[in-house]
Design a binder for this molecule. Structure first.
Ligand code: SF4
Length: 321
């Protein structure tokens, strides 16, 4: 087994509401480990807390409680200066590449910016590094003198990826990196991420609302609902034997053109995801769960850990008591 790169222990993030009217429970008691060179997919509907989790893991947002270790170092204990240095090792790729790139800057300057901020190299070495990064992400060398608006959505995401890997990080958090792209372009960007992972021995946290997108890129998948991880196991096990009713519903919604791969009939969840300011009592999914039982409404389910042919499979549901 490869060494662990990232460890999250009981990570929680509540946002206080104005006027002391309560708190938004964005992330609640999330724990997992990520091994070096692996990809963890975090999946759930919008509003489930996955993007907040991404930012908390990088300490772009302070957690309310819990610990995050990167290579054994507790990020919550680092001084601002030491945290800045540690940031070299963990970078983020955003969903909206256009918004994350300064439209007044040329691409060469955008990609070189992290190197300048961290005082790495001189003008010449930075220029060489930018050329190398453009090549790695499949862009032409003349991109350096052009501006973000001159590129397509897929190309802009490649620029965002080049900037994220410029500091040779150990961990890249990709927050919905392909959801704004056409389906044909999505697979090109996903393939690029897979190639870079091998080439640079990267680890990814891959955030997505779409289970079909994470299916081919992630080793382990965590399914989130209203701030909590409700199921987590390796990708093959999750797709073969999803246990949580929410995962089963997400999975049933994946379009499968191949009739042999079509699973059970579609499970349509009723209603919207509840307001995280006031999450339901008991199981948070009980207001929409097709298998809800009486105890689900007032008793919070524990996490159950199964072992399936040596693979840990974690599920939070009373059906497995
Ligand atoms: Fe459904 Fe109850 Fe399981 Fe929650 S605990 S997912 S409501 S069966």
């Amino acid at each position: 087994m490869r060494p662990e790169l990232l460890k999250a222990q009981h990570v929680t993030k509540y946002f206080p509401l104005k006027g002391g009217r309560g708190e938004v429970h964005a992330v609640d008691d999330v724990s997992f480990g990520l091994q070096k060179g692996e990809t963890l997919g975090v999946v759930g509907e919008s509003g489930c807390g996955k993007s907040t989790l991404a930012r908390v893991l990088l300490r772009l947002i302070e957690p309310t409680s819990g610990s995050i270790y990167l290579d054994g170092v507790d990020l919550s204990k680092l001084t601002p200066r030491n945290l800045r240095a540690k940031r070299r090792e963990m970078q983020i790729v955003f969903q909206d590449a256009y918004a994350s790139l300064d439209s007044r800057q040329k691409i060469g300057n955008i990609i070189a910016e992290p190197l300048v901020v961290h005082r790495i190299g001189n003008r010449k070495t930075r220029r060489d590094k930018v050329a190398e990064l453009l090549h790695m992400v499949g862009l032409e060398p003349d991109a350096v003198t052009r501006y973000p608006h001159e590129f397509s959505g897929g190309q802009r995401q490649r620029i965002g990826i080049a900037r994220a890997i410029s500091l040779e990080p150990k961990l890249v958090v990709a927050d919905e990196p392909v959801s704004a792209l056409d389906v044909s372009i999505q697979s090109q960007v996903l393939n690029l991420l897979v190639d870079l992972r091998k080439q640079l021995d990267l680890s990814y946290i891959f955030i997505s609302h779409d289970l079909a997108v994470v299916e081919h890129i992630c080793d382990t998948i965590a399914v989130m609902y209203l701030g909590e991880i409700v199921e987590m196991t390796d990708g093959d096990t999750l797709f073969a034997r999803p246990k949580h009713p929410y995962t089963q519903a997400l999975m049933s919604a994946i379009p499968r053109p191949d009739p042999k791969r079509r699973g059970k009939p579609r499970i349509v969840l009723q209603g919207d995801i509840p307001n995280p300011e006031n999450p339901p009592q008991g199981c948070r999914f009980h207001t929409r769960c097709p298998k809800v039982m009486r105890q689900c409404k007032n008793q919070k389910p524990e996490q159950h850990l199964f072992e399936e042919s040596g693979t840990p499979h974690l599920v939070r549901c009373h059906l497995y008591n």
